[in-house]
Unconditional design. Structure first.
Length: 112
């Protein structure tokens, strides 16, 4: 089906950009998660569980804080987050499908 509406193609372009930006953010998060997993494997090998839990909590807090600062300090990322939010509101079922697929892929990567 061809879309003859120029506004529709502009909206599609915005959605595509938002999806690409979201995919790039997901890819970066996946890399960070993989690095954290490798670090956690090293910690678990020679530490007690209380120490591992404390370090994991601290690392998660630092990652969250760093992500918030990165988002607040970068106008492009803030715009990408807004575009992604708008795309999710317009296509919630597609967003759920993408999130499920990304979670499945991340689980397969982590599982090895």
């Amino acid at each position: 089906m061809t879309n003859n509406n120029p506004e529709g193609s502009e909206t599609d372009g915005e959605q595509n950009r938002a999806l690409k930006q979201g995919a790039a953010a997901l890819s970066a998060a996946s890399r960070h998660a993989q690095e954290a997993l490798e670090s956690a494997k090293g910690l678990v090998a020679g530490a007690n569980l209380d120490e591992v839990g404390a370090r994991a909590t601290e690392a998660a807090s630092n990652l969250y804080r760093g992500g918030r600062e990165l988002l607040a300090g970068n106008e492009d990322l803030a715009q990408a987050a807004d575009n992604l939010s708008a795309a999710v509101r317009k296509n919630p079922l597609a967003a759920v499908g993408i999130a499920f697929s990304a979670g499945l892929l991340l689980a397969l990567l982590v599982r090895g």
